[in-house]
Write a protein that binds this ligand. Structure first.
Ligand SMILES: Nc1ncnc2c1ncn2[C@@H]1O[C@H](COP(=O)(O)OP(=O)(O)OP(=O)(O)O)[C@@H](O)[C@H]1O
Ligand SMILES: [Mg+2]
Length: 172
């Protein structure tokens, strides 16, 4: 088997707006069959990312955490399949038939995807959000395979001021 091409970058988020900006960038690039996985602690911003992503995809209305429903479907420029696999076992997840979604006409966003490693497609955009203070986050982006490796390699450069570690709201 050939090794998959991959690229990694960190996106510094100083507040929700930066997370939403990143979500918008990836939403623009999305196409039928796009798979994006989201990991990170409770409250890291996986759902906030998903909301920004949905808005950029043209979804109208409220996008909530699908923790109890497991999968919610929305319609934007493309269908959006928003999943949260936090509460299920790998066995239960197998019965959901996730491949149907991953290979479907829409975009799949999977919160807590690292809990079901064996069920994920090899080519995907993997995002891991790490807390860095109250409103700061580091989004570790890894694009595995085409076209995701290119998406990550082409991430826009962020403003210099992002690197200063200044709190966005001015609070110490
Ligand atoms: N830079 C940031 N990016 C994203 N969210 C942020 C940021 N700073 C603060 N927040 C806040 O962090 C919270 C993130 O909550 P969210 O529900 O998106 O987390 P989650 O990763 O989905 O958690 P869970 O695993 O419980 O579903 C929100 O209240 C949001 O306002
Ligand atoms: Mg969530």
């Amino acid at each position: 088997m050939q090794a998959q091409e991959s690229s990694r970058r960190e996106w510094i988020s100083r507040g929700e707006a930066d997370t939403v900006e990143l979500a918008g960038y990836f939403a623009e690039l999305s196409q039928p069959g796009t798979v994006i996985t989201l990991d990170g602690d409770l409250g890291a911003g996986k759902t906030r990312f998903s909301q920004g992503f949905a808005a950029a995809l043209g979804v109208k209305g409220v996008v909530n955490s699908p923790t109890f429903t497991l999968i919610k479907e929305y319609q934007g420029r493309l269908p959006l399949y928003h999943m949260d696999v936090y509460r299920i076992t790998q066995d239960e997840a197998e019965d959901l038939g996730l491949d149907e979604y991953f290979e479907g006409a829409g975009v799949s966003l999977v919160e807590w995807a690292s809990l079901i490693p064996d069920l994920l497609p090899p080519a995907r955009l993997s995002l891991r959000i790490e807390h860095a203070g109250e409103n700061g986050r580091i989004v570790h982006c890894e694009g595995i395979g085409a076209p995701y490796a290119r998406w990550v390699a082409d991430l826009p450069r962020q403003q210099e001021s992002n690197q200063n570690g200044e709190p966005e709201d001015g609070k110490a």
